[in-house]
Ligand binder design. Sequence first.
Ligand SMILES: Nc1ncnc2c1ncn2[C@@H]1O[C@H](COP(=O)(O)OP(=O)(O)OP(=O)(O)O)[C@@H](O)[C@H]1O
Ligand SMILES: [Mg+2]
Length: 246
Amino acid sequence: MSKVIVVASGKGGTGKTTVTTSLALALSRKQNKVLVVDCDSGMRGTDMMLGITDRLVHDVSDIIAGTCDFDDALYECPGAKGLYTIAAPISAEDEVSPQVMKQFIEEHKNDFDYVLVDAPAGLGTGFEAAAVAADRALIVVNTEPISVRGGINIREKLTEMGIEDQRLVINRFDKERFISTKLYEDLDEIIDTVGVRLIALILEDVRIPALAQRGALATNWSSSGVVFDSLVERINGNDVALSVKL
Ligand SMILES: Nc1ncnc2c1ncn2[C@@H]1O[C@H](COP(=O)(O)OP(=O)(O)OP(=O)(O)O)[C@@H](O)[C@H]1O
Ligand SMILES: [Mg+2]
């Protein structure tokens, strides 16, 4: 079973943090113990989306530096029993190296059913640190060529790192916009271009940005997040249909 899952994209803003936190919430609703590790140093966001920002004192760099214990930087999310997160450093200068992150995740992963790692955009050392201990990767793209190209770059880099188990998430899909822009013939063209099998198709949903800002994904949007419940099934190897009808 894939336990450590990195959520990555070449292009920024595709929805990595939204996917990471919503998937984590869906997994925890199924009684899994889940750890979300934010690797986006300087631009962290999982704390906000999981509603723990007000309580946040310690981040992963404090554990690594030995200025706090693991449990001091582990925050359980309100309204989501068994869902924990560790924040990325507030400053990019405190970014944890890939070698140290690998050791850190390997040391703690067996205390959880799943570890989801939110990567920063691009292919830098932050991405490497996020991916280095992963058994599986979710590559998030939108339906624009620049985002799709970013997906190809991530696929190549992950393959180079030996992470073969990769799945594609197409996020912010808007059928009318997709058809009217005529950038792609159909979704298969995007899937074939990235070269990774599709695991989820998530629609553009105007409620998401507002809920995410308030740390309310747990209690509102995501509780009816059929898409993420079906993503959980697919991650577990169950052959359920994509929940979106095109
Ligand atoms: N399916 C969706 N429908 C509508 N808005 C969405 C959707 N998914 C994400 N968003 C919004 O898009 C913006 C970017 O999302 P998010 O922060 O998850 O992306 P990211 O890939 O983590 O960005 P970054 O590269 O900066 O880390 C946010 O405002 C988020 O609320
Ligand atoms: Mg993000």
